[in-house]
Each structure stands twice: as C-alpha cells, then as structure tokens.
Design a protein around this ligand. Structure first.
Ligand SMILES: [Zn+2]
Length: 129
C-alpha cells in the first residue's frame, strides 16, 4: 500500500493534532477545575459533613460537560498514534486518500468525505476489493 502523505504533510498534521490536544487538555482542566471548586464550596457549607451525595452529583455534572472534550481528545490521541503508520491519511472504509484539505480541517478523521456522508445516511460502505 502506498502512503498517501509526504513526511512534510505528516509533520504538519502532527503539529495540528498536538495543538488541538493542548487546547482540549486546557478545556478539560478548566472544566474539571470549575467542578472541583463547586465541590469545595459545597463542603464548606456542609457542617454535618453528610453532603457526599450532593458533591457526587456536582461532580457528575462536571464530568458530563467534559465527556465531549474527552471523546475528542481520545480521537486526537488515536490519530497521533496512527500518524506514522502507512494507513494514516487513507480512508479506513474504502482505502482512498482522504485528501490534505480535509485532513487539515479534521486531522483525526478516518474516513473520506464520500464514506462519511454514506455513514451519516446509515448506509454501510462495502469494502472495495
Ligand atoms: Zn472512503
């Protein structure tokens, strides 16, 4: 299988992924920090020290808010893991090159535009033989 990307293109996408990862980690840290402050405030107000359930609920809310960022962070990390593999930049459904403009916009994507559109329509893509 030929590689779809030049080393320079891989390096560019790697830089994009690392920048995105840093942004997401900052977002998650800020959100989790805010949740932590809510929990600390609840503890201060709780003289009986039986507010564990409420603190747990606050924490749940904070976790839900960060779960989307966590999901994207996971996709970015997966993409970084795949960056040096020959298949990076190739659609995992049809094997065609995803294309540099699409990769620059979404470096973590695993599918070309055509396959992603088909998946959004709920039609599985038959493997190309
Ligand atoms: Zn495809």
């Amino acid at each position: 299988m030929s590689t779809a990307l030049t080393p320079a293109q891989r390096a560019e996408l790697g830089a994009l992924l690392i920048a995105r990862m840093a942004t997401l980690e900052e977002e998650i840290a800020a959100q989790e920090g805010a949740g932590g402050r809510v929990a600390a405030a609840a503890e201060l107000l709780d003289d009986s020290r039986e507010g564990g359930v409420q603190r747990e609920a606050d924490r749940e809310v904070a976790l839900q808010r960060t779960s989307q960022a966590h999901g994207e962070l996971q996709r970015v990390r997966d993409a970084l893991d795949r960056l040096e593999s020959p298949g990076f930049g190739l659609c995992s459904a049809c094997g065609e090159a995803i294309g540099m403009p699409r990769l620059q916009a979404k470096p973590w994507t695993r599918h070309c535009v055509a396959c992603e559109r088909q998946m959004e329509l709920g039609q599985p893509t038959p493997p190309r033989l």
